[in-house]
Design a protein around this ligand. Sequence first.
Ligand SMILES: *Cc1c(COP(=O)(O)O)cnc(C)c1O
Length: 591
Amino acid sequence: MAITGQLDLASESSRDDWKKIQIAYFSMEIAVAPNMPTYSGGLGVLAGDTLRSAADTGLPLVAVTLLHRKGYFHQHLNTDGVQTEEDEPWKPETLLQPLEPLAAITIQGRPVMVRAWRTDIVGTDGHIVPVIFLDTDLDPNDIWDRQLTNHLYGGDTFYRLCQETVLGIGGIEILTALGCQPTVYHMNEGHAALLTIGLLQQQVADGNLLDATQDDLDAVRAQCVFTTHTPVPAGHDRFSLDQARQVLGEERTQALEKFGCCHDGMLNMTYVALRFSRYVNGVAMQHGRVSREMFPEYSVQAITNGVHAATWIQPSLQALLDERVSSWRRDNLYLRFAIGIAPSEIRSRHLDAKRKLIDTVRERVGVTLQEDKFTIGFARRAAAYKRADMLFSDPARLNRLAEEYGGIQIVYAGKAHPHDQVGKAIIHHVIEASAKLTSDHIRIVYLENYEWDLGAILTAGADLWLNTPRRPYEASGTSGMKAAMNGVPSLSTLDGWWIEGCIEGATGWAIVESEDEVQEAESLYDKLENEILPLYYHYPDRWAEIMRMAMAINGSFFNTHRMLYQYVTNAYFPGDAPLRRKFQPELVLTR
Ligand SMILES: *Cc1c(COP(=O)(O)O)cnc(C)c1O
C-alpha cells in the first residue's frame, strides 16, 4: 500500500485529493479549536488531539463529526453553587468552508438532506487533516430535522438516535459524494457505530440489507476499527427496538437484530460496533481487561490514550523545549530528553504557568492566590464516581495540614451534564464545603465553565493534579497526562491511565484503594502529610526533580503521537511493513 505525501486539500478540493485519504475517523464530538464549542469533554479532546497528531505525522486521514450549531452548554454557577446552563451558539459560516455535495438519508421514513462543512487541521510540516462537520439545517428539511445537528448530547434518546443516524449513515454518504474511499473506518466510541450500516448498504448496492451474505458482512468488517471508552455496562449507548424501528425503519432494524447487534431487547451501539469491527480496543490497559470481561466473546485490545503535547504544554515551557529538545513537536517521544534539562529551569517555567493560573482566578472570582503556596488542581466532569469531595472528608485534618506546612490552595472546575442531578449536587456540595473550610491557611475556589482554555491553564499551573475516581470507572482520563507534560505530578487512585503512569515518588503518588471510602480518604491525607507537603515546602529541589520525571517519563509516553503510532501498527495497517516504517519514530531509525 503506497502512502501519499502531502494532500493538497487546502485548494478547491478535487476528487483526486479526497481519494488519497485512507482512514476516516468518526466521532460525535471533536475539540478542533478553543473557539468552537463542538465538544463536551474528554472524548472530544481526545478526538481533537488524535487529529492534531495525525496532521503532525502525515497520516492520510479525514475526520467526520456533527456541526453542533448550539454548541455544548455554557455553565453558570451562582454563589450557592447552583448550576444553570445556556446554549453556546457559534457561527460555523465564519470559521468553516461549505462543501459542495449534499447527501440524502432516510430518517423516520422521510428524506433528510445533509450538507457538510470543513476545516483543516495543519500539522508541523504542513500536512492537512480535513474535518467534516455534518449539518441538517437546510431549507428542504422538515423543521424538526433541521435541528438534528444543533445540540451535542442534548434532547432525549430519540433525538440521539437520529443524530447517530446522521453521523454514521450521513457521514458515509457524504464521504462517498466527495469521492473519498478510505480503507479504514475508525469509530471513536459507539455513537458512530451506524457507519457500519452505511457501509453495508453500499456493500449490498442498495439491495435489501436482510439479503447481505457472509461475504458482505466480512467486507464491512475488514474496514472497521472500534475504540470503546465505557468501563461499565450501564454506560453503553442503547435504544429500544421501537425507537430503532421508528428512526431507522423496519429493514435496518431487522438487519441489526439478525446480525446480533441487540442485547437485552435493546439496540446496543457497542454491539453494533463490536459485531462489525475487525479490531477493537479499550483506552488503557486496565480498560482493555475490563472490556474483555464485559464482552468475553470479543477480542478486545488496549491502546492507552494520550494528549497532544504542542496543544497542552504551556507556552513558556514550550519555549524551553524548543531550545533544548529539538523535534519534540514533530515527534513527542523526544520529550524523554527533558531529562537533560536542569530541574530548576523547569521549576522556573512552571512559575510562569502558576502566575497565569493565579491571574485567571483573580480575574474570574476576585480571589488572590499566592505563588509560593502549594496549589492543588481538580477539574473534570462532575460525576458521582469521580468523588470530587473526597478531599473534604476530614476537614479538620486538611486544616491542620495546611496550618502545619504553610498553606494549601485548591482550584476546582467542572460541569455537570444538564440532566445529571447527582453531578449538580456534587458541585453544590464542593462549593458549600469550600466556603466553610476557607481560612488563613486554606483558599478554595470553584471556577465556572470548565473548557479547553481553562483546562490548559489549570493543568499547567497547579503544583499537584488530584484525581479520585472509584475503580474501574475511569476508562483512561487524560487531564493528568496534560499535567505530567507540564511537569505537574499527580496524586490519584490507581484507575485508568494512572495504573500505568504512577511511579510512586517519581512521577506522582497513588491513593491506596480500599473498600472503605473513609480509609481511601485517609490514604489521600497520609500521602499529603507524609510525602507531598514536606517535599514541596522543605525540599524544593527534590520536588523539581519529580516535576522533571513527570515530564520526561510520562510526557514522552502519554501523548497522541505514540498513541496514533500504536493505532497505525496494531489497528489501521497491521502487518503492513512499509506503512509501519513510515510511522516508526525517528528515534528508532537514526543510528
Ligand atoms: C482534558 C480535558 C478533559 C478530560 O480530562 P479527564 O481527566 O478525562 O477528566 C475534559 N474536559 C476538558 C476541557 C479537558 O481539557
